[in-house]
Design a protein around this ligand. Structure first.
Ligand SMILES: [Zn+2]
Ligand SMILES: [Zn+2]
Length: 397
């Protein structure tokens, strides 16, 4: 805080005490104001929030003997309000309330402060405010002003055919929400949380240690300012529950394994009118027992017999739509690929990939006697001229 602020602000008036007030009177005055104006008890009340902050600011200085002495001296030296703007008396600036409250515009208030080692005085004065005004009880958060909802990640596994042709699936997401049973206050229906007797609802306890005064979250109520005696059975007193919501997600035709789909604004809802986050869906595609995929082409391997390869055949093969018949020409070697145009993955431009059918000539592990006789006859009738050069090398030794 700058010295100028000290001169411009009458902390005694803020707390409604006289200049000679005792530490105990100051504490009492502060507690009363903090209790009356605590954001928890005045949701959405900007004036109460301002009074609460002003009281905390005043108490921070007046509750600290050393700071109070400096404050008194400075005001008697320079005179209230007579200090030139921009000038600084220097020396005692330990924190700056413009940093403190800068960016804080939230009208409402989250629930009580979080636990942790946060204190007034010295450094970290602003921490207590971020603690008070952030997060808390209902799990609804509530930091400074409108907040964009969180992005949500989900993973979906699609059937092969669904990925190729596109599909719409309902996706159930679990996200935190306010408990409907207790409306977030954590108390059993019919009961209300009572004001914490330790901190009188402020959620803060101040203690003096040497010349410093620390304000730390109240241990009795964990900084919430209130105590729940009978917990809400639905949320077990937390005020928050996990809610399921179902949204329909459209997966475009041709979506591939490993692809990530972004659905703008389908993540967690924003707070205080902030926009919703985005939903990212990580796509997994379950492999098909028959089909594979290379880019926009779908692949299929079809075994045929040696005789079919030699004599040629009409091959009826499945596609992701209706089956097609492919002509296997006579003399087709194993490993040759035949193409069924347009039977692959539908592209966005209206074109489609192909179905690539790879021929795999099967060699039977055993044959019947009759087949053996036929094959032996076949062998005599069918030389292997391609092996000529191998034979020649063998003859040369
Ligand atoms: Zn509840
Ligand atoms: Zn308390």
């Amino acid at each position: 805080m700058s010295s100028k602020d000290w001169l411009e602000k009458d902390f005694y008036a803020v707390l409604g005490v006289g200049k000679s007030a005792t530490a105990d009177e100051i504490k009492k005055a502060y507690r009363k104001l903090a209790r009356e104006n605590h954001p928890d008890h005045n949701p959405g009340n900007k004036d109460a929030e301002d009074r609460f902050k002003a009281a905390s600011e005043a108490y921070d200085v007046l509750s600290d003997d050393r700071k109070r002495k400096e404050y008194d001296e400075m005001r008697s030296l320079f005179g209230s309000g007579a200090f030139r703007r921009g000038a600084r008396a220097g020396g005692s600036g330990q924190f700056d309330p413009s940093d403190l409250f800068g960016g804080f515009s939230g009208a409402g208030a989250g629930a009580g402060g979080g636990a942790g080692d946060r204190r007034f005085g010295g450094a970290g004065f602003s921490d207590i405010f971020s603690s008070i005004f952030s997060g808390g009880g209902a799990g609804t958060g509530g930091r400074r002003g409108p907040q964009r909802g969180r992005d949500v990640e989900a993973e979906v596994t699609l059937d092969f055919a669904h990925a190729v042709k596109g599909t719409t699936l309902p996706l159930t997401l679990r996200s935190p929400g306010v408990c409907d049973t207790c409306h977030g206050n954590g108390a059993k229906p019919g009961t209300v949380p009572r004001t914490c007797p330790q901190c009188h609802g402020s959620g803060l306890i101040s203690r003096n240690q040497g010349s410093f005064s620390f304000s730390e979250p109240c241990r009795e109520c964990q900084g919430a300012g209130s105590i729940v005696d009978e917990k809400c059975p639905e949320c077990r007193g937390t005020g928050g529950v996990t809610k399921n919501r179902t949204i329909n997600v459209r997966f475009p035709a041709g979506v591939a394994d490993g692809q990530r789909i972004r659905l703008s604004g389908r993540g967690e809802p924003g707070e205080k009118g902030g926009p919703a986050g985005d939903l990212y869906v990580q796509v997994r595609v379950r492999p098909d027992e028959l089909f594979g995929r290379t880019g926009d082409d779908i692949t299929l391997t079809v075994p045929i017999s040696f005789a079919e390869a030699v004599l040629g055949t009409d091959l009826r093969v499945p596609t992701l739509d209706t089956p097609v018949t492919l002509r296997v020409p006579p003399g087709t070697p194993s490993g040759r690929t035949l193409r069924a145009r347009g039977k692959g993955v539908q592209r966005r431009d209206g074109q489609a990939g192909d179905l690539l059918v790879t021929i795999e000539v099967q060699v039977p592990a055993g044959v019947s006697d009759e087949a053996r006789e036929a094959l032996e006859r076949f062998a005599k009738l069918t030389p292997t001229p391609e092996r000529g050069r191998i034979e020649a090398r063998l003859r040369r030794g």
